[in-house]
Design a protein around this ligand. Structure first.
Ligand code: NAD
Length: 329
């Protein structure tokens, strides 16, 4: 199949070329993200391959359909950036990678928790400048602390397994209760109770109309002033302006954000020579107790290989007329 890969940086090209060995898909790459302006590049292709910040809105889908694109393969789990109803209307099949190394994101989440708790991001800079004072670097033992896991699917459950090794008390909130998590000692409680009782809250939900701005001034108001909030799921689970207001009032001890509501303008680009216009982003990174990373939680060798293999398998299955568990429409 002839496939155009959007948002294709070097590691994407390397991983897909490797996974395509032995298959005869004709894969071409574009550095550009998929937008209304770049959809035209897909003329002559049957399929496009996209990532988290490609904007697959109704207009883009109508353009792709008019060029004869029949398949969109996403190199990610979340599909909040695709107008699914419009894809169905235009008879475009959308496939994703529903499952790949949950360890990549769960382990990164723990790295964020420990960094914020023990202030490693600050001590790294201090020691470089010859400042060996410990003032301001005081942390707490993870042992015995309460961690609230919001969403106990593949990543949330993996996080629960890791944190049970720290002997944390684990609370969870999900519309589906996992027996595996309950066996680990996880206690399911309403979201309100989880937010009130947790020393650390970690978000592992998909972005849907139900979860959009789940964390806002009301829900942030339930959290302890000494709590840490981690979001490695999707930026718009958190209302950024409400979060900034709470941080300015010194009502959270730490915030770790691997994802950001308006990340598509920023992430995966080198903007070192540019002035960043997004004032909310600039305000967030200015707080000493906020750790921002550029949507990198998935970024391990194992995860990349699994994403690439599943993407090629999705194209193979589509060509063979087989639906698989990665088919969304
Ligand atoms: P999953 O589908 O296995 O788990 C999601 C869980 O959320 C499920 O248990 C589901 O029941 C629950 N859920 C859904 N809607 C809910 C609601 N309204 N209220 C309460 N619970 C709800 O997904 P996963 O593989 O664990 O991934 C979780 C999220 O992590 C993904 O949706 C994606 O957005 C994000 N993610 C981020 C990265 C990264 O690099 N930062 C990488 C992969 C995935």
């Amino acid at each position: 199949m002839k496939v155009l890969v959007y948002s294709a940086n070097q590691y994407t090209r390397d991983m897909l070329d490797k996974a395509n060995k032995g298959c005869d898909h004709q894969i071409n790459y574009s550095d550009a993200p998929l937008t209304e302006l770049t959809a035209i590049l897909a003329q002559g292709y049957c399929s496009v391959c996209c990532f988290v910040d490609d904007d697959i809105n109704a207009e883009v889908l109508r353009q792709l359909a008019s060029f004869g694109v029949q398949l969109i393969v996403l190199r990610c789990t979340g599909f909040n950036n695709v107008d699914i109803a419009e894809a169905e209307k235009n008879r475009i099949t959308v496939m994703r990678v529903a499952s790949y190394s949950p360890y990549s994101v769960a382990e990164f989440t723990v790295a964020m928790m420990l960094t914020l708790n023990r202030k490693l991001h600050r001590s790294y800079n201090r020691v470089k400048e010859g400042n060996f004072l410990l003032d301001g670097l005081l942390g707490f033992d993870m042992h015995g602390k309460t961690v609230g896991i919001v969403g106990t699917g593949k990543i949330g459950a993996t996080l629960a397994r890791i944190l049970s090794g720290f002997q944390c008390k684990l609370l969870a909130y999900d519309i589906v209760e996992s027996a595996h998590c309950q066996q680990l000692g996880v206690k399911y409680v309403p979201l309100k109770e989880l937010l009130q009782k947790s020393n650390i809250v970690s978000l592992h939900l998909p972005l849907t109309p139900d979860t959009f701005h789940l964390i806002n001034s009301d829900t942030l108001g339930l959290m302890q002033d000494s709590a840490i909030l981690i979001n490695t799921s999707r930026g718009a689970l958190v209302d950024t302006e409400d979060l900034i207001a709470v941080l300015k009032q010194r009502r959270l001890a730490g915030v770790g954000l691997d994802v950001y509501e308006e990340e598509s303008e920023l992430y995966y680009h080198d903007l070192r020579d540019q002035i960043i216009d997004d004032d909310n982003f600039s305000r967030l990174v200015s707080f000493p107790n906020v750790l921002v990373t550029g949507h990198q939680a998935f970024f391990t060798r194992e995860a990349l290989e699994e994403i690439a293999d599943a993407t090629i398998q999705n194209i193979n299955d589509y060509e063979a007329g087989h639906e698989n568990s990665n088919t969304i429409t």
